[in-house]
Design a protein around this ligand. Structure first.
Ligand code: Q46
Length: 269
């Protein structure tokens, strides 16, 4: 209704079609709105963006740079065969094209193990070992580099799926921490998720219209990952009832998160 350019995507939960230029504006506005609503970043903050080479992390890095924030990238080579090699190429190309700074950590070269080996040695599921490793290295890199805030590319689908899984199993301690901002503490930086207002379909479309090449393959270690099952279940519901993921996640933030933080949820459990 506002321009005559051809539509590139229909967003049923917003009851709108967007052309390429309005889609970019929409995505930037949603990120700025999340930043403002949850006090994620100030213009003077030095941000470190955890970059996997996938659509979400490259989209959030791109949008932060476009919005004028100071944002470097952090890529961790996990040693997951061709998947890691291609992911690294995408992260490096993105940084080189924008003259942005990319911090790189090579897990096998610097720590002597890769994710498949680490998972076997720790007798953990690969994603569990990977998550622990990444969280530790993200924190360490942010502290070592003197960054104020660590940014991750978690989108609305990720957060709704995480919430769904935590509710199904009543992991109240995880629910209490499932927030778009985690404050700094114990020498660790603030952690923020500026894409919480955007779905993964929207971030993928954003990358396409911006000409950002990203890793399209799923990580080979993700097969059987419960998180993917939760996403599929929510996609089925969203298809029938657009806007459900948004209402689920933001309803939780509005109505339940504060109760859990105050300990009411855990006491009741
Ligand atoms: S990289 Fe690591 Fe993911 Fe691969 S092993 Fe699992 S957690 S799926 S975001």
């Amino acid at each position: 209704t506002v321009c005559r350019e051809p539509a590139v995507i229909d967003l049923r939960r917003h009851n709108s079609n967007f052309c390429a230029s309005h889609l970019q504006r929409f995505c930037r506005d949603q990120v700025q709105k999340a930043i403002d609503e949850f006090d994620m970043l100030t213009p003077g903050d030095r941000a470190l963006v955890a970059v996997s080479g996938g659509k979400d992390s490259l989209a959030v890095w791109d949008i932060l740079l476009e919005l004028g924030y100071r944002a470097d990238g952090l890529y961790i080579g996990l040693g997951i065969g061709d998947y890691s090699d291609t992911s690294k190429e995408h992260a490096r190309r993105f940084a080189a094209e924008r003259g942005a700074h990319l911090v790189e950590i090579d897990l096998p070269a610097e720590y002597g193990y890769d994710i498949p080996e680490g998972a076997r040695a720790a007798r953990r599921a690969p994603c569990s070992a990977c998550g622990l490793t990444k969280r530790h290295l993200f924190d360490q890199a942010a502290v070592d580099g003197g960054y104020d805030v660590l940014v991750t590319g978690h989108n609305l689908d990720d957060e709704a799926a995480g919430l769904f899984g935590n509710v199904l199993h009543w992991h109240t301690e995880y629910l209490a921490r499932q927030l778009p901002v985690l404050p700094a503490g114990n020498g660790f930086p603030r952690k923020v998720k500026p894409l919480v207002r955007l779905s993964e379909r929207e971030t993928a479309a954003y990358c396409i219209v911006r000409g950002i090449e990203y890793q399209v393959e799923e990580c080979p270690m993700a097969a059987g990952n419960r998180h993917l099952g939760y996403k599929e279940a929510l996609n089925t519901i969203e298809e029938r009832s657009p806007g459900t993921k948004h209402d689920f996640y933001f309803g939780f933030l509005d109505r339940a998160a504060a109760l859990l933080r105050a300990g009411i949820g855990t006491d009741a459990g």
